[in-house]
Design a protein around this ligand. Structure first.
Ligand SMILES: *Cc1c(COP(=O)(O)O)cnc(C)c1O
Length: 381
């Protein structure tokens, strides 16, 4: 007999380091009396990141959205930017804040990242850059996009908000393209409470980002750029620094959950699971999306989502609606035909996955999903 969970199960739950560890770090902040502005803990976090990502060309920010905004600003991106409709609002908002016109190209049907042939078809003399998203941490078609960027001389920028800890053939994913943005928001698989990271190929950009995130101030009297305030503070840096030591443990727990979902849901008619990561990819298992094909499954994605809520399980429709269908964008972009993205947005549901989710709870969530699939069609929600 399936009963609802006593406590709600959300799609994610942040990892927290042992309180004693964080408290010890707080004592250091109290001794330093440095709370923000390039403090010593931020410096330590940056050098540890540099070692693990294999590059010194990085900069930390107070969140991923401002990091992406300043990336576009710092790289001088102008005009139209070809991007994906299947993403979180911030990807597109950053373009709009920078004065760029987003041009939406369709996604791949099974891995949900930008389709390089759709990107190529959208390139015009007005195109200023390509902004692709490693959605769910799934690597984009890295070589095909790099090839386009080279042939058309376009900057290639990655929104890697979901992809911290992902590597391809042993190379950290931030080493691809001209620049990558990682989000360290509490809901991401790695976090610094709130936070953002840029990793870039050209070391000269470091100075620009240092200026942009701190009002453009070079020193007390020289203001070199109209920057903003996007600095990461010491409390954030402390969280991020301590979490780096737990990254592999978090990844392993998520891998087990991913494997159990695949095992328990893999053969359900009408429920499609994206392919497991290839042997060349080290995944971070940041999300567990499934696609519900309503006629075969016998219930729609929204019906499954509601059914799960009845058991106190809160799956999320990431990413629905598509960005061009948002109220603030649909008058401009609503008419763009994006058949793959529209189908995926109408069928996708991301299931709970986080390090502290017990495997027996995963099995129970799967049993709830299977019980809907078996339910007499006339009695379904
Ligand atoms: C979370 C997210 C962002 C924004 O990151 P914040 O750190 O929350 O500002 C940008 N793009 C995508 C795809 C995201 O999921």
């Amino acid at each position: 007999m399936l009963v609802p969970f006593a406590e709600p199960i959300y799609v994610t739950r942040p990892f927290l380091p042992p309180l004693a560890d964080y408290a010890a770090g707080l004592e250091e902040i109290w001794r330093n009396v440095r709370l923000t502005n390039d403090g010593p803990i931020l410096r330590r976090f940056e050098s540890k990141l540099a070692r693990s990502l294999g590059t010194e060309n990085l900069a930390l920010f107070t969140n991923g959205t401002l990091a992406l905004h300043l990336a576009l600003r710092g790289l001088g991106i102008r005009g139209e930017v070809i991007t994906t409709p299947f993403t979180f609002a911030a990807t597109t908002h950053a373009l709009v804040w920078n004065g760029n016109q987003p041009v939406f190209a369709d996604i791949e049907p099974t891995t949900y990242t930008l389709d390089p042939s759709a990107v190529e078809a959208a390139i015009t003399p007005r195109t200023g850059a390509i902004l692709a998203v490693h959605v769910y941490g799934y690597p984009c078609r890295l070589e095909a996009l790099a090839d386009l960027a080279r042939r058309y001389r376009l900057p290639l920028i990655y929104d890697a908000a979901h992809a911290f800890g992902v590597s391809v053939e042993g190379r950290p994913i931030g080493q691809f393209g001209d620049l990558s943005m990682f989000s360290f928001h509490a809901t991401k698989p790695f976090h610094s409470i709130e936070g953002g990271l840029l990793v870039f190929g050209d070391g000269k950009q470091r100075r620009t980002f240092d200026l942009l995130r701190n009002f453009g101030l070079a020193n007390e009297t020289d203001v070199l750029l109209p920057g903003t305030n996007a600095k990461m503070n010491e409390f954030q840096a402390l969280m991020g620094l301590q979490l780096l030591d737990h990254l592999d443990g978090i990844r392993e727990r998520r891998r087990q959950i991913d494997a159990l979902y695949r095992d328990q849901l893999g053969n359900l008619p009408g429920l499609r699971i994206p392919p497991a990561p290839s042997v060349h990819v080290t995944s971070n298992y940041s999300y567990f999306p499934v696609e519900i094909e309503p006629t075969e499954f016998g219930a729609s994605r929204d019906q499954l989502c509601e059914f799960l809520k009845g058991y106190n399980v809160f799956a999320r429709r990431y990413f629905y609606p598509l960005v061009p269908d948002f109220a603030c964008y649909r008058d401009q972009f609503g008419a763009v035909p994006l058949p793959n993205a529209r189908r995926v947005a109408s069928q996708i549901l991301t299931l709970p996955i986080y390090d502290s989710l017990a495997l027996e709870d995963v099995a129970r969530i799967c049993a709830v999903i299977r019980s809907l699939e078996r339910l007499d069609r006339s009695k379904r929600v």
